[in-house]
Design a protein around this ligand. Structure first.
Ligand SMILES: NC(=O)c1ccc[n+]([C@@H]2O[C@H](COP(=O)([O-])OP(=O)(O)OC[C@H]3O[C@@H](n4cnc5c(N)ncnc54)[C@H](O)[C@@H]3O)[C@@H](O)[C@H]2O)c1
Ligand SMILES: [Zn+2]
Ligand SMILES: [Zn+2]
Length: 367
Protein backbone atom coordinates (compact mmCIF):
# COMPACT_ATOMS: atom_id res chain seq x y z
CA UNK A 1 0.00 0.00 0.00
CA UNK A 2 1.24 3.52 -0.83
CA UNK A 3 1.78 5.80 2.16
CA UNK A 4 3.13 9.24 2.92
CA UNK A 5 6.02 9.46 5.38
CA UNK A 6 8.57 11.93 6.73
CA UNK A 7 11.86 10.55 5.46
CA UNK A 8 15.33 11.43 6.77
CA UNK A 9 17.65 10.88 3.78
CA UNK A 10 20.97 11.36 5.61
CA UNK A 11 22.14 11.68 9.25
CA UNK A 12 21.12 15.09 10.61
CA UNK A 13 19.01 15.80 7.53
CA UNK A 14 15.52 17.27 7.58
CA UNK A 15 12.23 15.37 7.73
CA UNK A 16 11.09 15.39 4.10
CA UNK A 17 7.53 14.38 3.26
CA UNK A 18 7.43 11.71 0.52
CA UNK A 19 4.38 10.19 -1.15
CA UNK A 20 6.26 7.45 -2.95
CA UNK A 21 6.66 4.87 -0.17
CA UNK A 22 5.13 1.42 0.04
CA UNK A 23 4.36 -0.37 3.32
CA UNK A 24 4.10 -4.16 3.62
CA UNK A 25 0.90 -5.98 4.52
CA UNK A 26 0.96 -7.23 8.13
CA UNK A 27 2.74 -10.47 8.89
CA UNK A 28 1.02 -12.87 11.30
CA UNK A 29 2.22 -10.97 14.41
CA UNK A 30 1.87 -7.45 12.99
CA UNK A 31 -0.77 -4.72 13.06
CA UNK A 32 -1.22 -2.07 10.37
CA UNK A 33 -2.30 1.21 11.97
CA UNK A 34 -3.64 4.31 10.24
CA UNK A 35 -1.89 7.05 12.19
CA UNK A 36 -4.08 9.85 13.55
CA UNK A 37 -1.46 11.56 15.72
CA UNK A 38 2.24 11.15 16.49
CA UNK A 39 4.21 12.87 19.22
CA UNK A 40 7.73 14.09 18.59
CA UNK A 41 10.03 12.88 21.37
CA UNK A 42 13.49 14.29 22.05
CA UNK A 43 14.75 10.79 21.14
CA UNK A 44 13.47 11.21 17.54
CA UNK A 45 15.49 14.40 17.22
CA UNK A 46 18.67 13.09 18.85
CA UNK A 47 18.44 9.81 16.87
CA UNK A 48 18.14 11.62 13.56
CA UNK A 49 21.37 13.52 14.35
CA UNK A 50 23.50 10.45 15.02
CA UNK A 51 21.71 7.84 12.92
CA UNK A 52 24.10 5.56 10.95
CA UNK A 53 24.41 6.57 7.28
CA UNK A 54 23.98 2.96 6.17
CA UNK A 55 20.50 2.90 7.78
CA UNK A 56 19.27 5.88 5.72
CA UNK A 57 16.80 6.75 4.30
CA UNK A 58 14.95 6.30 7.59
CA UNK A 59 11.49 6.99 9.01
CA UNK A 60 11.40 7.90 12.74
CA UNK A 61 8.43 8.44 15.06
CA UNK A 62 7.67 6.35 18.16
CA UNK A 63 4.64 7.97 19.80
CA UNK A 64 1.96 6.94 17.32
CA UNK A 65 -1.77 6.68 17.91
CA UNK A 66 -4.49 5.78 15.45
CA UNK A 67 -6.91 3.16 14.24
CA UNK A 68 -6.18 -0.45 13.33
CA UNK A 69 -6.50 -0.90 9.55
CA UNK A 70 -5.53 -4.57 9.25
CA UNK A 71 -4.08 -7.36 11.39
CA UNK A 72 -2.00 -10.46 10.73
CA UNK A 73 -3.67 -13.85 11.11
CA UNK A 74 -2.00 -14.50 14.48
CA UNK A 75 -3.19 -11.27 16.10
CA UNK A 76 -5.91 -11.70 18.73
CA UNK A 77 -5.63 -8.61 20.95
CA UNK A 78 -6.92 -5.98 18.52
CA UNK A 79 -9.00 -5.90 15.35
CA UNK A 80 -9.64 -3.44 12.51
CA UNK A 81 -11.41 -0.32 13.74
CA UNK A 82 -9.90 -0.42 17.25
CA UNK A 83 -8.27 2.76 18.53
CA UNK A 84 -4.72 2.07 19.61
CA UNK A 85 -1.64 3.68 21.04
CA UNK A 86 1.81 2.51 19.96
CA UNK A 87 4.69 2.03 22.38
CA UNK A 88 8.06 0.24 22.33
CA UNK A 89 8.59 -3.29 21.12
CA UNK A 90 9.75 -6.27 23.23
CA UNK A 91 10.21 -10.01 22.64
CA UNK A 92 7.44 -10.93 25.19
CA UNK A 93 9.05 -14.29 26.10
CA UNK A 94 12.47 -13.75 27.74
CA UNK A 95 12.97 -13.74 31.50
CA UNK A 96 12.57 -9.96 31.87
CA UNK A 97 9.50 -9.78 29.60
CA UNK A 98 7.92 -12.72 31.44
CA UNK A 99 8.62 -11.00 34.77
CA UNK A 100 6.77 -7.84 33.67
CA UNK A 101 9.85 -5.78 32.77
CA UNK A 102 9.79 -5.66 28.95
CA UNK A 103 11.80 -2.40 28.94
CA UNK A 104 14.75 -4.57 29.93
CA UNK A 105 13.98 -7.27 27.35
CA UNK A 106 17.03 -9.51 27.06
CA UNK A 107 16.94 -9.13 23.27
CA UNK A 108 17.99 -5.53 23.93
CA UNK A 109 15.90 -2.38 23.68
CA UNK A 110 18.07 -1.06 20.83
CA UNK A 111 18.06 -4.28 18.86
CA UNK A 112 14.27 -4.40 18.77
CA UNK A 113 13.55 -0.68 18.60
CA UNK A 114 16.39 1.18 16.96
CA UNK A 115 17.91 -1.13 14.37
CA UNK A 116 16.08 0.39 11.41
CA UNK A 117 14.49 -2.97 10.60
CA UNK A 118 12.46 -5.79 12.06
CA UNK A 119 14.60 -8.22 14.14
CA UNK A 120 15.07 -10.40 11.03
CA UNK A 121 16.73 -7.53 9.14
CA UNK A 122 13.84 -6.73 6.80
CA UNK A 123 12.14 -3.34 6.64
CA UNK A 124 8.41 -2.98 6.07
CA UNK A 125 9.05 0.15 3.96
CA UNK A 126 10.37 0.59 0.42
CA UNK A 127 10.33 3.07 -2.44
CA UNK A 128 7.53 2.55 -4.95
CA UNK A 129 9.73 3.42 -7.92
CA UNK A 130 12.44 0.80 -7.55
CA UNK A 131 11.57 -1.28 -4.47
CA UNK A 132 14.72 -0.06 -2.70
CA UNK A 133 14.73 -0.25 1.10
CA UNK A 134 13.56 2.60 3.28
CA UNK A 135 14.52 1.84 6.89
CA UNK A 136 11.87 1.95 9.59
CA UNK A 137 10.42 -0.19 12.42
CA UNK A 138 11.60 2.55 14.81
CA UNK A 139 10.28 1.40 18.21
CA UNK A 140 8.29 -1.15 16.21
CA UNK A 141 6.35 1.56 14.41
CA UNK A 142 8.01 4.50 12.53
CA UNK A 143 4.90 6.57 13.03
CA UNK A 144 5.93 9.77 11.22
CA UNK A 145 3.81 8.34 8.43
CA UNK A 146 0.18 8.00 7.44
CA UNK A 147 0.38 4.26 8.22
CA UNK A 148 2.68 2.28 10.51
CA UNK A 149 3.30 -1.43 10.80
CA UNK A 150 3.51 -2.34 14.48
CA UNK A 151 4.12 -5.60 16.34
CA UNK A 152 1.60 -7.14 18.72
CA UNK A 153 3.94 -6.35 21.64
CA UNK A 154 3.73 -2.59 21.10
CA UNK A 155 0.05 -2.06 20.30
CA UNK A 156 -2.28 -1.13 23.15
CA UNK A 157 -6.01 -0.60 22.74
CA UNK A 158 -7.29 2.75 24.02
CA UNK A 159 -10.84 4.13 24.37
CA UNK A 160 -12.33 5.48 21.14
CA UNK A 161 -13.16 8.82 22.78
CA UNK A 162 -9.59 9.49 23.95
CA UNK A 163 -8.25 12.37 21.82
CA UNK A 164 -5.52 11.00 19.49
CA UNK A 165 -3.20 13.89 20.39
CA UNK A 166 -3.38 12.78 24.03
CA UNK A 167 -3.07 9.07 23.24
CA UNK A 168 0.11 9.61 21.17
CA UNK A 169 2.64 10.69 23.84
CA UNK A 170 1.41 8.06 26.32
CA UNK A 171 3.54 5.51 24.45
CA UNK A 172 6.90 7.09 25.36
CA UNK A 173 7.26 10.43 27.16
CA UNK A 174 4.29 10.10 29.50
CA UNK A 175 4.95 6.43 30.22
CA UNK A 176 8.57 7.30 31.00
CA UNK A 177 7.87 10.31 33.23
CA UNK A 178 5.01 8.72 35.14
CA UNK A 179 6.51 5.23 35.26
CA UNK A 180 9.78 6.48 36.73
CA UNK A 181 7.77 7.77 39.70
CA UNK A 182 5.11 5.06 40.01
CA UNK A 183 7.06 1.93 39.02
CA UNK A 184 10.66 2.71 39.92
CA UNK A 185 11.02 5.33 42.68
CA UNK A 186 7.66 4.67 44.39
CA UNK A 187 8.08 7.63 46.76
CA UNK A 188 6.32 7.48 50.12
CA UNK A 189 3.91 10.42 50.60
CA UNK A 190 5.67 13.51 51.86
CA UNK A 191 9.01 12.63 50.19
CA UNK A 192 10.99 15.34 48.49
CA UNK A 193 11.82 14.84 44.82
CA UNK A 194 14.02 16.95 42.53
CA UNK A 195 13.29 16.78 38.80
CA UNK A 196 16.11 17.99 36.55
CA UNK A 197 14.78 19.08 33.16
CA UNK A 198 11.13 20.12 32.85
CA UNK A 199 10.45 18.92 29.32
CA UNK A 200 7.74 16.44 28.42
CA UNK A 201 9.29 13.64 30.48
CA UNK A 202 10.23 15.82 33.45
CA UNK A 203 6.89 17.64 33.62
CA UNK A 204 5.05 14.32 33.55
CA UNK A 205 7.21 13.20 36.48
CA UNK A 206 6.33 16.45 38.26
CA UNK A 207 2.57 15.91 37.73
CA UNK A 208 2.80 12.30 38.92
CA UNK A 209 5.01 12.98 41.95
CA UNK A 210 2.76 15.84 43.07
CA UNK A 211 -0.24 13.51 42.86
CA UNK A 212 1.69 10.98 44.97
CA UNK A 213 2.04 13.61 47.69
CA UNK A 214 5.67 14.55 47.06
CA UNK A 215 7.33 17.87 47.66
CA UNK A 216 8.67 18.49 44.14
CA UNK A 217 11.49 20.83 43.15
CA UNK A 218 11.93 21.32 39.40
CA UNK A 219 15.13 22.55 37.76
CA UNK A 220 15.15 23.99 34.23
CA UNK A 221 16.81 27.02 32.58
CA UNK A 222 13.62 27.83 30.64
CA UNK A 223 11.25 30.14 32.54
CA UNK A 224 8.14 28.91 30.72
CA UNK A 225 8.90 25.34 31.79
CA UNK A 226 9.62 26.32 35.39
CA UNK A 227 6.26 28.13 35.38
CA UNK A 228 4.52 24.98 34.17
CA UNK A 229 6.19 22.90 36.89
CA UNK A 230 4.91 25.36 39.51
CA UNK A 231 1.44 25.31 37.95
CA UNK A 232 1.45 21.51 38.18
CA UNK A 233 2.17 21.74 41.90
CA UNK A 234 5.95 21.85 42.34
CA UNK A 235 6.85 23.73 45.53
CA UNK A 236 9.84 25.41 43.90
CA UNK A 237 11.47 25.79 40.51
CA UNK A 238 15.18 26.52 40.29
CA UNK A 239 16.86 28.32 37.38
CA UNK A 240 20.26 26.59 37.16
CA UNK A 241 21.73 29.58 35.33
CA UNK A 242 20.79 31.97 38.14
CA UNK A 243 22.25 30.24 41.20
CA UNK A 244 25.89 29.55 41.99
CA UNK A 245 25.25 26.12 43.53
CA UNK A 246 22.27 24.24 42.08
CA UNK A 247 22.64 21.30 44.47
CA UNK A 248 22.56 23.62 47.49
CA UNK A 249 19.54 25.52 46.12
CA UNK A 250 17.59 22.29 45.73
CA UNK A 251 18.68 21.03 49.16
CA UNK A 252 17.36 24.24 50.72
CA UNK A 253 13.94 23.74 49.14
CA UNK A 254 13.98 20.06 50.10
CA UNK A 255 14.60 20.69 53.77
CA UNK A 256 18.20 19.43 53.85
CA UNK A 257 18.42 17.14 50.85
CA UNK A 258 16.04 15.50 48.41
CA UNK A 259 15.13 11.88 48.98
CA UNK A 260 14.68 11.27 45.25
CA UNK A 261 16.00 12.89 42.06
CA UNK A 262 15.29 12.31 38.39
CA UNK A 263 17.65 13.44 35.64
CA UNK A 264 16.00 13.97 32.25
CA UNK A 265 18.89 15.90 30.69
CA UNK A 266 21.53 13.20 30.19
CA UNK A 267 24.18 15.87 30.91
CA UNK A 268 27.15 14.94 33.06
CA UNK A 269 27.21 18.26 34.94
CA UNK A 270 23.50 18.06 35.71
CA UNK A 271 23.87 14.51 37.03
CA UNK A 272 26.52 15.79 39.46
CA UNK A 273 24.09 18.53 40.54
CA UNK A 274 21.40 15.90 41.09
CA UNK A 275 23.78 13.84 43.26
CA UNK A 276 24.60 16.99 45.23
CA UNK A 277 20.88 17.78 45.64
CA UNK A 278 20.16 14.41 47.27
CA UNK A 279 20.23 13.80 50.99
CA UNK A 280 21.72 10.75 52.74
CA UNK A 281 20.69 7.44 51.09
CA UNK A 282 18.87 9.30 48.34
CA UNK A 283 18.02 7.69 45.02
CA UNK A 284 18.75 9.10 41.56
CA UNK A 285 16.90 7.86 38.49
CA UNK A 286 18.78 8.42 35.22
CA UNK A 287 16.28 8.89 32.39
CA UNK A 288 17.85 11.37 29.96
CA UNK A 289 19.72 9.76 27.09
CA UNK A 290 23.41 10.60 27.10
CA UNK A 291 26.99 9.53 26.62
CA UNK A 292 29.37 9.47 29.57
CA UNK A 293 29.04 11.08 33.00
CA UNK A 294 31.66 11.99 35.57
CA UNK A 295 30.80 12.38 39.25
CA UNK A 296 32.49 12.39 42.62
CA UNK A 297 32.67 8.80 43.84
CA UNK A 298 33.21 9.75 47.49
CA UNK A 299 30.02 11.83 47.51
CA UNK A 300 28.06 8.85 46.20
CA UNK A 301 29.77 6.51 48.70
CA UNK A 302 29.43 8.63 51.80
CA UNK A 303 25.84 9.61 51.07
CA UNK A 304 24.92 6.04 50.16
CA UNK A 305 23.40 7.22 46.90
CA UNK A 306 21.60 4.65 44.78
CA UNK A 307 21.66 5.31 41.01
CA UNK A 308 19.08 3.54 38.87
CA UNK A 309 18.82 3.67 35.07
CA UNK A 310 15.27 3.78 33.74
CA UNK A 311 13.95 2.87 30.30
CA UNK A 312 10.32 3.68 29.47
CA UNK A 313 9.42 4.02 33.13
CA UNK A 314 10.08 0.26 33.56
CA UNK A 315 6.49 -0.05 32.40
CA UNK A 316 4.71 -2.86 30.60
CA UNK A 317 2.69 -0.79 28.09
CA UNK A 318 -0.22 -3.26 27.96
CA UNK A 319 -0.84 -2.78 31.67
CA UNK A 320 0.45 0.76 32.21
CA UNK A 321 -1.07 2.71 29.31
CA UNK A 322 -4.67 2.04 30.41
CA UNK A 323 -3.63 3.30 33.86
CA UNK A 324 -2.27 6.49 32.26
CA UNK A 325 -5.58 6.98 30.44
CA UNK A 326 -7.34 6.83 33.82
CA UNK A 327 -4.87 9.31 35.36
CA UNK A 328 -5.46 11.69 32.42
CA UNK A 329 -9.23 11.44 32.88
CA UNK A 330 -8.95 11.98 36.63
CA UNK A 331 -7.04 15.22 35.97
CA UNK A 332 -3.84 13.88 37.56
CA UNK A 333 -2.01 14.23 34.22
CA UNK A 334 -3.11 17.54 32.62
CA UNK A 335 -1.46 16.57 29.35
CA UNK A 336 -3.43 19.10 27.27
CA UNK A 337 -1.33 21.79 28.94
CA UNK A 338 1.93 20.46 27.50
CA UNK A 339 0.70 19.37 24.05
CA UNK A 340 0.88 21.61 20.96
CA UNK A 341 -0.65 20.21 17.77
CA UNK A 342 0.91 20.67 14.33
CA UNK A 343 -0.35 19.37 10.98
CA UNK A 344 1.86 16.51 9.74
CA UNK A 345 3.27 18.57 6.87
CA UNK A 346 4.67 21.05 9.41
CA UNK A 347 6.88 18.38 11.02
CA UNK A 348 10.08 20.38 10.48
CA UNK A 349 8.53 23.46 12.17
CA UNK A 350 7.35 21.25 15.03
CA UNK A 351 10.83 19.75 15.48
CA UNK A 352 12.44 23.19 15.40
CA UNK A 353 9.95 24.55 17.97
CA UNK A 354 10.65 21.60 20.27
CA UNK A 355 14.42 21.98 19.94
CA UNK A 356 14.10 25.71 20.65
CA UNK A 357 12.04 25.01 23.77
CA UNK A 358 9.04 26.94 22.37
CA UNK A 359 6.72 23.96 22.79
CA UNK A 360 6.94 21.09 25.27
CA UNK A 361 5.30 18.20 23.44
CA UNK A 362 4.62 18.72 19.75
CA UNK A 363 2.07 16.26 18.39
CA UNK A 364 1.59 15.85 14.64
CA UNK A 365 -1.99 15.49 13.39
CA UNK A 366 -2.78 13.55 10.26
CA UNK A 367 -5.56 14.41 7.84
N1 LIG B 1 14.91 6.60 29.34
C1 LIG B 1 13.90 6.57 28.48
O1 LIG B 1 13.23 5.55 28.30
C2 LIG B 1 13.53 7.80 27.75
C3 LIG B 1 12.25 7.95 27.18
C4 LIG B 1 11.92 9.16 26.57
C5 LIG B 1 12.86 10.17 26.49
N2 LIG B 1 14.10 9.96 27.01
C6 LIG B 1 15.12 11.00 27.02
O2 LIG B 1 14.80 11.84 28.10
C7 LIG B 1 15.29 13.12 27.85
C8 LIG B 1 14.20 14.15 28.05
O3 LIG B 1 13.24 14.03 27.03
P1 LIG B 1 12.18 15.21 26.81
O4 LIG B 1 11.34 14.81 25.66
O5 LIG B 1 11.55 15.56 28.10
O6 LIG B 1 13.20 16.36 26.34
P2 LIG B 1 13.06 17.93 26.48
O7 LIG B 1 14.10 18.50 25.59
O8 LIG B 1 11.64 18.32 26.30
O9 LIG B 1 13.45 18.20 28.02
C9 LIG B 1 14.75 18.38 28.49
C10 LIG B 1 14.72 19.58 29.41
O10 LIG B 1 16.00 19.72 30.03
C11 LIG B 1 16.20 21.11 30.23
N3 LIG B 1 17.61 21.40 30.53
C12 LIG B 1 18.60 21.72 29.66
N4 LIG B 1 19.71 22.02 30.35
C13 LIG B 1 19.43 21.87 31.66
C14 LIG B 1 20.17 22.05 32.85
N5 LIG B 1 21.45 22.41 32.83
N6 LIG B 1 19.55 21.82 34.04
C15 LIG B 1 18.25 21.44 34.06
N7 LIG B 1 17.50 21.27 32.96
C16 LIG B 1 18.08 21.48 31.78
C17 LIG B 1 15.71 21.71 28.93
O11 LIG B 1 15.46 23.12 29.05
C18 LIG B 1 14.44 20.90 28.70
O12 LIG B 1 13.30 21.53 29.24
C19 LIG B 1 15.90 13.07 26.45
O13 LIG B 1 17.29 12.79 26.59
C20 LIG B 1 15.20 11.91 25.82
O14 LIG B 1 15.96 11.35 24.77
C21 LIG B 1 14.44 8.82 27.66
ZN1 LIG C 1 10.65 8.74 23.24
ZN1 LIG D 1 12.09 -9.97 26.10
Amino acid sequence: MRIQAAVVEAPGGPFTLRDDLVIDSPRSDEVLVRIAAAGICHTDLSSRQKWPRQLCPMVFGHEGAGVVAAVGDGVTGVRPGDNVCLSYRSCTTCGQCSAGHPAYCETGIFALNAGGTRPDGTSPLSRAADGSTVYGSFFGQSSFATYALAHTSNVVKVPADLPPAVAAPLGCAVQTGAGTVLNVLRPPRGSSMAVFGAGSVGLTSVMTAVAEGCRVIAVDPLAARRDKALKFGAVAAVDPTAVADVGAAVRDHAGGGARFAIDTTGQSGVISQAIAALGQRGTLALVGVGGRAEFDIMTVLTKGIRIRGVIEGDADPAAFLPRLVDLYREGVLPLDEIITEFPFHEIEDAARAAAAGEVVKPVLRFP
